[in-house]
Design a binder for this molecule. Structure first.
Ligand code: CA
Length: 433
């Protein structure tokens, strides 16, 4: 049991729990919980280095737990930056681990409020008066689609690219995390979790589990639900609860922590850098390449130069697609067909089909042959479009059609007056030549 008394009369009770899940062979998540710090890291980069990344990050960031006083947000920011530099150093020292990285979810309690740090798609939730609120915004591709109103939150849950990260701690100079302050209340419960929970368990079930009699029961229940939901990934939960400092002794039996900080997952196993490893993380035939975690993070460039190369490749691809499209369009504009325009037989240049935003046909000329004056079979052909090999062929088709015109019984024979009578034209009327 543990907690820290503060000038608000609140104390933080904590617990942390992790499980490797049902499909993975090792745990790449790391979690840490103490009376001042809740911390979670979900490592990436495949089995080669995901555990190393999350372990190193947690080991460095948890040092803020011993470094109190001053501004908690500055302390946390400095610690997170130090962890990022550490990953950069490891990658520089051993190219075999290039591409490793981790998400970070951290809440540092300064006795009054929390300094919160976040990067990636691990989540922070708050349960207050029975209502669950997600505090962190996923740094994912699907979340950007949700923000733009292109898909709903529910659609994002089932999107094939839902795990694609846009930001993470990768040891790069352009690293950037989100920071904020959070004001807790008595009774609040805070949950940090890896996507092994949030992907497997719906919000309603998380709400019910987090509201369990104690946070230790809640942690067990949440992990159980993730495994029941498929256990496709490592699952880690770090939970904190705001309790009244003076009730701690009576409720101490509700907490599993015995006053010492809890460290779980990869960080508890201290994975070592794989110096001289023979595994190439970019070798698609490497043994771990079937790990879906590899696909998840593949679009994240491990270095700026690789990003530049991908950018150049994308430009080349777009130019090639653009050029192919231009030649295809030019080909369509050498084609002709006969169809209808305003009730008359007409010749069109192009093809009798349109693409979104692109018109592939243009009216070449209109004849004096009315479609309705033709036999119904020809009418159907015209409305479907009659292909021509070239403009001369199209003109020949029109001449052939003129031969097929059925005389109109109501106008034939037309009595023609011997002497035409001049009829005054209405103003604005012109006579066709
Ligand atoms: Ca994960």
């Amino acid at each position: 049991m543990t907690a820290a008394v503060s000038n608000t009369g609140l104390a933080l009770r904590y617990t942390a729990l992790t499980d490797v899940g049902l499909r993975r062979s090792n745990n790449q998540d790391s979690g840490y919980a103490s009376s001042h710090l809740l911390l979670l890291a979900d490592g990436m980069g495949g089995a080669a280095a995901g555990d190393l990344a999350s372990s190193e990050a947690v080991t460095i960031i948890r040092a803020v737990d011993d470094d109190r006083g001053g501004d908690a947000l500055t302390h946390l920011n400095d610690a997170v930056d130090a962890a990022n530099r550490r990953l950069g150093d490891l990658i520089q020292a051993d190219p075999a681990v290039e591409g490793m990285g981790t998400t970070i979810e951290a809440m540092l309690w300064d006795g009054e409020k929390f300094a919160v740090g976040h990067v990636g798609d691990s989540r922070a939730y708050r349960l207050r008066e029975g209502r669950l609120t997600q505090l962190s915004a996923d740094h994912t591709f699907v979340q950007s689609l949700v923000d733009e109103g292109r898909i709903t939150r529910e659609e994002a849950r089932h999107h094939p690219h839902r795990s694609l990260l846009l930001r993470a701690m990768l040891g790069r100079d352009d690293f950037e995390a989100d920071y904020s302050w959070l004001q807790p209340q008595l009774g609040d419960r805070y949950l940090l979790c890896s996507d092994g929970l949030s992907d497997m368990v719906e919000d309603e079930a998380i709400t019910r589990a987090l509201a369990s009699a104690s946070i230790d029961v809640a942690a067990t229940e949440l992990v159980r639900l993730a495994l029941e939901g498929g256990g496709a990934d490592n699952v880690t939960v770090v939970i904190g609860e705001m309790v009244a400092a003076d009730t701690l002794d009576e409720e101490s039996e509700l907490a599993c922590a015995d006053g010492v900080p809890q460290l779980v997952g990869a960080a508890a196993e201290s994975p070592q850098p794989r110096r001289g490893a023979t595994v190439d993380v970019h070798d698609s035939t490497a043994s771990f390449s079937a790990d879906p975690e590899e696909l998840r993070y593949a679009p994240l460039a491990p270095s700026r130069w690789r990003f530049a190369r991908w950018g150049a490749a994308l430009v080349v691809l777009l130019v090639a697609v653009g050029a192919a499209g231009w030649y295809a369009y030019q080909w369509t504009q050498d084609q002709y067909f006969v169809s209808e325009s305003d009730g008359s037989v007409a010749i069109y240049r192009g093809v009798d089909a349109d693409l979104p935003f692109i018109t592939l046909r243009h009216l070449e000329s209109t004849s004096d042959v009315e479609v309705d004056s033709l036999p119904s079979f020809q009418q159907g052909q015209i409305r479907d479009g009659i292909e021509a090999t070239d403009l001369a062929d199209a003109e020949q088709i029109v001449r052939d059609l003129r031969e097929d015109v059925v005389p109109d019984p109501t106008t034939t024979p037309t009595p023609t007056p011997a002497v035409p009578t001049e009829t005054p034209l209405a103003p604005g009327t012109t006579v066709a030549p």
